[in-house]
Design a protein around this ligand. Structure first.
Ligand code: PDD
Length: 281
Protein backbone atom coordinates (compact mmCIF):
# COMPACT_ATOMS: atom_id res chain seq x y z
CA UNK A 1 0.00 0.00 0.00
CA UNK A 2 1.19 3.50 -0.79
CA UNK A 3 0.64 6.03 1.98
CA UNK A 4 1.22 9.77 2.30
CA UNK A 5 3.37 11.44 4.97
CA UNK A 6 4.24 15.14 4.95
CA UNK A 7 4.52 15.67 1.23
CA UNK A 8 5.76 12.20 0.27
CA UNK A 9 4.10 9.13 -1.21
CA UNK A 10 5.81 6.06 0.27
CA UNK A 11 5.36 2.33 0.64
CA UNK A 12 3.70 1.89 4.05
CA UNK A 13 6.75 0.09 5.50
CA UNK A 14 8.91 3.16 4.80
CA UNK A 15 6.53 5.75 6.24
CA UNK A 16 7.53 7.02 9.68
CA UNK A 17 6.48 9.63 12.25
CA UNK A 18 8.59 10.73 15.24
CA UNK A 19 8.00 9.21 18.69
CA UNK A 20 7.83 12.85 19.89
CA UNK A 21 4.92 13.66 17.61
CA UNK A 22 2.17 15.21 19.73
CA UNK A 23 -0.37 12.97 18.08
CA UNK A 24 1.43 10.01 19.61
CA UNK A 25 2.22 11.53 23.03
CA UNK A 26 -0.83 13.76 23.63
CA UNK A 27 -3.55 12.58 21.20
CA UNK A 28 -3.11 16.13 19.91
CA UNK A 29 -4.56 15.78 16.47
CA UNK A 30 -7.66 15.53 14.34
CA UNK A 31 -8.80 13.17 11.61
CA UNK A 32 -11.33 12.55 8.86
CA UNK A 33 -12.60 9.40 7.18
CA UNK A 34 -13.89 9.80 3.63
CA UNK A 35 -15.56 6.89 1.89
CA UNK A 36 -14.82 5.78 -1.65
CA UNK A 37 -17.51 4.20 -3.83
CA UNK A 38 -16.76 3.22 -7.41
CA UNK A 39 -13.40 4.96 -7.04
CA UNK A 40 -15.19 8.22 -6.20
CA UNK A 41 -14.78 10.23 -2.98
CA UNK A 42 -18.01 10.82 -1.06
CA UNK A 43 -18.63 14.37 0.17
CA UNK A 44 -15.00 15.53 0.19
CA UNK A 45 -16.22 19.13 0.59
CA UNK A 46 -18.08 18.30 3.80
CA UNK A 47 -15.13 16.43 5.28
CA UNK A 48 -12.73 19.24 4.38
CA UNK A 49 -15.02 21.86 5.94
CA UNK A 50 -15.20 19.86 9.17
CA UNK A 51 -11.41 19.33 9.15
CA UNK A 52 -10.88 23.09 8.89
CA UNK A 53 -13.28 23.64 11.75
CA UNK A 54 -11.62 20.99 13.98
CA UNK A 55 -8.19 22.52 13.29
CA UNK A 56 -9.45 26.05 13.97
CA UNK A 57 -10.99 25.00 17.30
CA UNK A 58 -7.59 23.60 18.36
CA UNK A 59 -5.55 26.56 17.09
CA UNK A 60 -3.90 24.54 14.39
CA UNK A 61 -3.26 25.62 10.82
CA UNK A 62 -4.28 23.50 7.86
CA UNK A 63 -0.97 22.25 6.40
CA UNK A 64 -2.27 22.05 2.82
CA UNK A 65 -4.87 23.77 0.68
CA UNK A 66 -8.21 22.16 -0.13
CA UNK A 67 -7.09 21.50 -3.72
CA UNK A 68 -3.84 19.92 -2.56
CA UNK A 69 -5.68 17.69 -0.13
CA UNK A 70 -8.17 16.61 -2.76
CA UNK A 71 -5.28 15.78 -5.10
CA UNK A 72 -3.61 13.67 -2.37
CA UNK A 73 -6.88 11.78 -1.75
CA UNK A 74 -7.27 11.08 -5.47
CA UNK A 75 -3.64 10.06 -5.91
CA UNK A 76 -3.87 7.52 -3.07
CA UNK A 77 -7.17 6.13 -4.37
CA UNK A 78 -5.59 5.74 -7.81
CA UNK A 79 -2.23 4.35 -6.66
CA UNK A 80 -3.91 1.81 -4.40
CA UNK A 81 -6.67 0.95 -6.85
CA UNK A 82 -9.45 1.63 -4.35
CA UNK A 83 -12.89 0.90 -5.75
CA UNK A 84 -14.78 0.60 -2.44
CA UNK A 85 -13.16 1.67 0.80
CA UNK A 86 -12.00 4.78 2.53
CA UNK A 87 -9.30 7.39 2.87
CA UNK A 88 -8.08 8.17 6.39
CA UNK A 89 -6.50 11.56 7.04
CA UNK A 90 -4.81 12.76 10.21
CA UNK A 91 -3.26 16.09 11.16
CA UNK A 92 -1.31 16.29 14.42
CA UNK A 93 0.52 19.19 16.06
CA UNK A 94 3.83 17.77 14.93
CA UNK A 95 7.11 16.97 16.60
CA UNK A 96 8.48 19.62 18.99
CA UNK A 97 11.46 17.33 19.72
CA UNK A 98 10.50 16.81 23.35
CA UNK A 99 7.51 16.23 25.60
CA UNK A 100 5.87 19.43 26.80
CA UNK A 101 2.25 20.30 27.68
CA UNK A 102 2.46 23.73 26.05
CA UNK A 103 1.73 23.91 22.35
CA UNK A 104 4.92 24.38 20.32
CA UNK A 105 5.37 27.39 18.05
CA UNK A 106 3.85 26.40 14.70
CA UNK A 107 6.57 28.41 12.93
CA UNK A 108 9.23 25.98 14.13
CA UNK A 109 7.05 22.88 14.59
CA UNK A 110 5.03 22.15 11.46
CA UNK A 111 2.05 19.85 11.80
CA UNK A 112 2.22 16.24 10.66
CA UNK A 113 -0.09 15.18 7.84
CA UNK A 114 -0.69 11.48 7.24
CA UNK A 115 -3.10 9.79 4.83
CA UNK A 116 -3.73 6.17 3.93
CA UNK A 117 -6.40 4.13 2.22
CA UNK A 118 -8.30 1.03 3.30
CA UNK A 119 -9.89 -1.17 0.68
CA UNK A 120 -13.31 -2.51 1.69
CA UNK A 121 -14.81 -4.53 -1.15
CA UNK A 122 -18.56 -4.99 -0.71
CA UNK A 123 -18.90 -1.84 1.40
CA UNK A 124 -22.12 -0.76 -0.31
CA UNK A 125 -23.61 -4.27 -0.27
CA UNK A 126 -23.05 -4.74 3.46
CA UNK A 127 -25.27 -7.70 4.52
CA UNK A 128 -25.78 -5.97 7.88
CA UNK A 129 -28.22 -3.63 6.12
CA UNK A 130 -30.61 -6.61 5.93
CA UNK A 131 -30.07 -7.90 9.48
CA UNK A 132 -29.33 -4.80 11.56
CA UNK A 133 -27.04 -4.53 14.54
CA UNK A 134 -27.45 -4.85 18.30
CA UNK A 135 -26.24 -2.14 20.63
CA UNK A 136 -25.71 -1.75 24.35
CA UNK A 137 -25.94 1.58 26.14
CA UNK A 138 -22.99 2.86 28.14
CA UNK A 139 -22.36 6.06 30.01
CA UNK A 140 -20.78 8.78 27.89
CA UNK A 141 -17.68 9.77 29.83
CA UNK A 142 -15.81 11.43 26.96
CA UNK A 143 -14.57 15.02 27.11
CA UNK A 144 -16.91 17.94 26.40
CA UNK A 145 -15.79 18.89 22.88
CA UNK A 146 -17.04 15.93 20.89
CA UNK A 147 -17.77 18.27 17.99
CA UNK A 148 -14.01 18.35 17.34
CA UNK A 149 -12.95 15.19 15.51
CA UNK A 150 -9.86 14.43 17.61
CA UNK A 151 -7.85 11.21 17.63
CA UNK A 152 -8.70 10.62 21.32
CA UNK A 153 -10.59 7.41 20.60
CA UNK A 154 -9.77 5.34 23.66
CA UNK A 155 -13.22 5.46 25.26
CA UNK A 156 -15.07 4.74 22.00
CA UNK A 157 -12.70 1.78 21.50
CA UNK A 158 -13.48 0.58 25.03
CA UNK A 159 -17.20 0.99 24.30
CA UNK A 160 -16.85 -1.16 21.19
CA UNK A 161 -15.11 -3.85 23.28
CA UNK A 162 -17.81 -3.68 25.98
CA UNK A 163 -20.40 -4.19 23.23
CA UNK A 164 -18.54 -7.19 21.80
CA UNK A 165 -18.20 -8.73 25.25
CA UNK A 166 -21.98 -8.42 25.62
CA UNK A 167 -22.50 -10.15 22.26
CA UNK A 168 -23.45 -6.89 20.54
CA UNK A 169 -22.00 -4.79 17.73
CA UNK A 170 -21.77 -1.27 19.09
CA UNK A 171 -22.46 0.96 22.06
CA UNK A 172 -24.71 4.01 22.20
CA UNK A 173 -23.42 6.48 24.72
CA UNK A 174 -25.75 8.12 27.22
CA UNK A 175 -25.35 11.41 29.06
CA UNK A 176 -27.86 12.78 31.59
CA UNK A 177 -30.35 10.13 30.48
CA UNK A 178 -30.15 10.87 26.76
CA UNK A 179 -28.31 9.14 23.94
CA UNK A 180 -25.47 11.25 22.57
CA UNK A 181 -24.14 9.07 19.73
CA UNK A 182 -22.62 5.70 18.86
CA UNK A 183 -18.91 4.94 19.33
CA UNK A 184 -18.22 6.16 15.79
CA UNK A 185 -21.60 7.16 14.36
CA UNK A 186 -24.69 9.30 14.86
CA UNK A 187 -27.84 7.72 16.37
CA UNK A 188 -31.48 8.00 15.24
CA UNK A 189 -34.91 6.60 16.05
CA UNK A 190 -38.13 6.63 14.06
CA UNK A 191 -41.54 7.04 15.68
CA UNK A 192 -44.77 7.40 13.73
CA UNK A 193 -42.79 8.03 10.54
CA UNK A 194 -40.85 10.87 12.14
CA UNK A 195 -37.03 10.74 12.23
CA UNK A 196 -35.62 11.79 15.59
CA UNK A 197 -31.91 12.53 16.10
CA UNK A 198 -29.99 14.55 18.66
CA UNK A 199 -29.55 18.22 17.83
CA UNK A 200 -26.04 19.49 17.10
CA UNK A 201 -23.93 20.95 19.88
CA UNK A 202 -20.56 20.36 21.49
CA UNK A 203 -21.78 16.99 22.82
CA UNK A 204 -21.74 15.10 19.51
CA UNK A 205 -19.78 15.01 16.30
CA UNK A 206 -21.46 16.89 13.47
CA UNK A 207 -21.64 13.91 11.14
CA UNK A 208 -21.15 14.58 7.46
CA UNK A 209 -23.37 11.59 6.69
CA UNK A 210 -25.92 12.93 9.20
CA UNK A 211 -26.09 16.23 7.31
CA UNK A 212 -26.47 14.47 3.95
CA UNK A 213 -29.09 12.00 5.19
CA UNK A 214 -31.18 14.71 6.90
CA UNK A 215 -31.06 16.81 3.72
CA UNK A 216 -32.19 13.82 1.65
CA UNK A 217 -34.91 12.94 4.16
CA UNK A 218 -36.23 16.52 4.02
CA UNK A 219 -36.17 16.43 0.22
CA UNK A 220 -38.18 13.20 0.37
CA UNK A 221 -40.78 15.04 2.54
CA UNK A 222 -39.93 12.95 5.60
CA UNK A 223 -40.50 14.55 8.99
CA UNK A 224 -37.42 15.30 11.10
CA UNK A 225 -37.15 16.25 14.75
CA UNK A 226 -33.71 17.23 16.08
CA UNK A 227 -33.75 16.62 19.81
CA UNK A 228 -32.26 14.24 22.38
CA UNK A 229 -33.97 10.89 23.05
CA UNK A 230 -33.55 8.36 25.87
CA UNK A 231 -32.74 4.65 25.68
CA UNK A 232 -36.30 3.85 26.84
CA UNK A 233 -37.73 5.99 24.03
CA UNK A 234 -35.44 4.26 21.54
CA UNK A 235 -36.51 0.82 22.77
CA UNK A 236 -40.16 1.85 22.33
CA UNK A 237 -39.57 3.36 18.88
CA UNK A 238 -40.66 1.84 15.55
CA UNK A 239 -37.10 1.80 14.24
CA UNK A 240 -33.56 2.78 15.13
CA UNK A 241 -30.54 3.31 12.93
CA UNK A 242 -27.15 5.01 12.73
CA UNK A 243 -25.10 6.86 10.13
CA UNK A 244 -21.38 7.28 9.47
CA UNK A 245 -19.09 7.84 6.53
CA UNK A 246 -17.83 4.26 6.77
CA UNK A 247 -21.20 2.50 7.20
CA UNK A 248 -23.63 4.96 5.49
CA UNK A 249 -27.03 4.07 7.04
CA UNK A 250 -27.45 0.86 9.06
CA UNK A 251 -30.41 -0.36 11.12
CA UNK A 252 -30.26 -1.02 14.87
CA UNK A 253 -32.65 -3.80 15.88
CA UNK A 254 -31.89 -4.28 19.56
CA UNK A 255 -30.91 -1.97 22.43
CA UNK A 256 -29.82 -3.44 25.78
CA UNK A 257 -31.50 -6.74 24.89
CA UNK A 258 -34.84 -5.11 23.95
CA UNK A 259 -36.06 -5.42 20.38
CA UNK A 260 -36.74 -2.14 18.62
CA UNK A 261 -40.11 -2.23 16.82
CA UNK A 262 -40.57 -5.65 15.22
CA UNK A 263 -36.93 -6.52 15.90
CA UNK A 264 -36.21 -6.44 12.17
CA UNK A 265 -34.73 -3.58 10.10
CA UNK A 266 -37.37 -0.96 9.35
CA UNK A 267 -38.51 0.73 6.13
CA UNK A 268 -37.28 4.24 6.94
CA UNK A 269 -33.66 3.16 7.50
CA UNK A 270 -33.81 1.00 4.37
CA UNK A 271 -35.18 3.87 2.29
CA UNK A 272 -32.60 6.35 3.59
CA UNK A 273 -29.79 3.90 2.88
CA UNK A 274 -31.08 3.44 -0.65
CA UNK A 275 -31.45 7.17 -1.29
CA UNK A 276 -28.00 7.85 0.17
CA UNK A 277 -26.30 5.17 -1.95
CA UNK A 278 -28.20 6.23 -5.07
CA UNK A 279 -27.06 9.83 -4.67
CA UNK A 280 -23.49 8.82 -3.81
CA UNK A 281 -22.89 6.53 -6.76
N1 PDD B 1 -16.51 8.13 12.71
N2 PDD B 1 -19.90 10.35 15.76
C1 PDD B 1 -18.66 9.92 16.04
C2 PDD B 1 -18.20 9.87 17.45
C3 PDD B 1 -17.81 9.49 14.97
O1 PDD B 1 -16.57 9.06 15.23
C4 PDD B 1 -18.30 9.53 13.64
C5 PDD B 1 -17.44 9.13 12.47
C6 PDD B 1 -19.61 9.99 13.41
C7 PDD B 1 -20.21 10.09 12.04
O2 PDD B 1 -19.65 11.14 11.29
P1 PDD B 1 -19.52 11.04 9.71
O3 PDD B 1 -20.87 10.79 9.18
O4 PDD B 1 -18.96 12.34 9.31
O5 PDD B 1 -18.58 9.87 9.43
C8 PDD B 1 -20.37 10.41 14.50
C9 PDD B 1 -15.59 7.74 11.65
C10 PDD B 1 -16.27 7.14 10.46
C11 PDD B 1 -14.51 6.84 12.24
O6 PDD B 1 -14.08 7.16 13.33
O7 PDD B 1 -14.11 5.87 11.61
Amino acid sequence: RTVYVNGEYLPEAEATVSIFDRGFLMADGVYEVTSVLGGKLLDFDGHFARLERSLRELDMACPVTKDELLAIHRELVAQNGIDEGMVYLQVTRGNPGDRDFSFPDPATTPSTLVLFTQSKPGLADNPTAKTGIKVISIEDIRWGRRDIKTVQLLYPSMGKMMAKKAGCDDAWMVEDGFVTEGTSNNAYIVKGGRIITRNLGTDILHGITRAAVLRMAAEAQMEIEERPFSVAEAQAADEAFFTSASAFVLPVVEIDGEAVGTGAPGPVAARLREIYLDESR
